[in-house]
Design a protein around this ligand. Structure first.
Ligand code: FAD
Length: 344
């Protein structure tokens, strides 16, 4: 089967890799357009989200596929892209601490949450007064290494074109391919082959910061309150991200930088300097489920998108599922099939 994959972020990259390894003849087009989300993401997988500390949708199932997939992709590409990394959760009030304790007592949460005595090696860096929670079974995918390695792999195999696929071109291309799968990230909201989908795209910004800490200090866990800090090595941390539903352009903004800094100052007891500032747009959907399926306007055009805030967790599972559908003829899971929302 000859398949064109449009977009090589985490969604298109994972889908193209999966289809290729299942014997499809894949070609990938990506023009490195501004606003790409994977390029700025930290690649975190976090089981416990929201103010009520609820376990994320089908987390254990997706996590298992993610771990085995990223490990195997990393081995094939000769890079290490998967790090299991617990996360310290700063709890700002007695009510939050009580809610945390109550969740920890539930059997279904025991593998994912704990109540450590203290913040360990993070203690000198955080403001006093926080209760501390621990999130287990969290991990990080090194998107930067993975996207770079995928790009090189596709180029070396002659499977890649650095070009924009314009919509008028798709009609012509659909004569040359058995399937064209659109994995365009937030740009999918303008795709005329999939009108009226309930997108709720969200720009996000993140900083790279350098913490004033003694050389060699080991801060192994990720740290989360309103912002998340991810250790990148050598006192460098990814810090983010913000959410904007209305924004004038795709660039990093002073307003969001100040917002992130304000929240970091609420968490941290030590000074830091800003070493980088990035922005991207998340392909988020109102019901927070991926958007997978076939166009009603051209039956060779497909959508694999809507990974929202969780591309690292979702892409491996749904790429395998979508491959079963596209080349294996299996039905799509109704929870992600665009027919659930078409015309909504
Ligand atoms: C600040 C921030 C932090 C985040 N942190 C995390 C995190 O820790 N963990 C997590 O799981 N998720 C995180 N996310 C969300 C994550 O980034 C997304 O879920 C995921 O990256 C979406 O991937 P994608 O491949 O669908 O889109 P993208 O990464 O945006 O990729 C789309 C690609 O398609 C290409 N493209 C689009 N249209 C065309 C066209 N017509 N022709 C050719 N090429 C085209 C673009 O150039 C781009 O490369 C974060 C997002 C932001 C903004």
């Amino acid at each position: 089967m000859k398949i064109l994959v449009v977009g090589q972020g985490i969604a298109g990259g994972m889908l193209a890799w999966t289809l290729h390894h299942r014997g499809a003849q894949v070609h990938i087009a990506d023009a490195g357009l501004p606003g790409g989300s994977s390029a700025v993401a930290a690649g975190i997988l976090n089981p416990i989200t929201g103010k009520r500390f609820v376990k994320s949708w089908r987390y254990d199932e997706f996590y298992q596929t993610a771990e085995s997939t990223y490990r195997s992709v990393g081995t094939s590409l000769g890079i290490s892209i998967w790090t299991e990394q617990p996360m310290l959760r700063l709890l700002g009030s007695a009510e939050e601490a009580n809610n945390w304790s109550a969740r920890c007592a539930l059997a279904d949460y025991a593998d994912h949450m704990a109540e450590p005595q203290n913040a360990g090696s993070w203690a000198p860096y955080i403001r006093p007064g926080f209760h501390i929670g621990l999130i287990k079974k969290a991990a990080r995918v090194h998107f930067d290494l993975l996207l770079d390695a995928w790009r090189k792999w596709a180029q070396q195999e002659g499977l890649f074109s650095n070009k924009v696929i314009d919509y008028p071109e798709i009609e012509k291309l659909s004569a040359a391919y058995d399937a064209i799968v659109c994995c365009e990230g937030y740009r999918g909201g303008d795709n005329p082959y999939f009108p009226d989908l309930p997108w709720q795209i969200a720009k996000g910004e993140a900083l790279l910061i350098r913490l004033a800490s003694p050389p060699g200090a080991v801060l192994g866990e990720m740290l989360k309150k309103t912002m998340t800090l991810v250790p990148y090595g050598s006192n460098l941390f990814w810090a983010g991200g913000s959410y904007q539903w209305h924004y004038p352009d795709l660039k990093p903004s002073a307003g969001e930088r100040d917002y992130i800094v304000r929240h970091l100052n609420e968490m941290l007891a030590v000074p830091f300097e800003i070493a980088g500032h990035h922005a991207g747009v998340r392909p988020t959907v109102k019901d927070r489920r991926p958007l997978l399926g076939q166009s009603s306007l051209n039956d060779k055009v497909f959508l694999f998108n809507g990974m929202g805030t969780k591309g690292a967790l979702l892409a491996p599972y749904w790429a395998a599922h979508f491959s079963d559908y596209l080349i294996g003829g299996k039905a799509l899971d109704a929870e992600v099939d665009i027919r659930r929302v078409r015309g909504a």
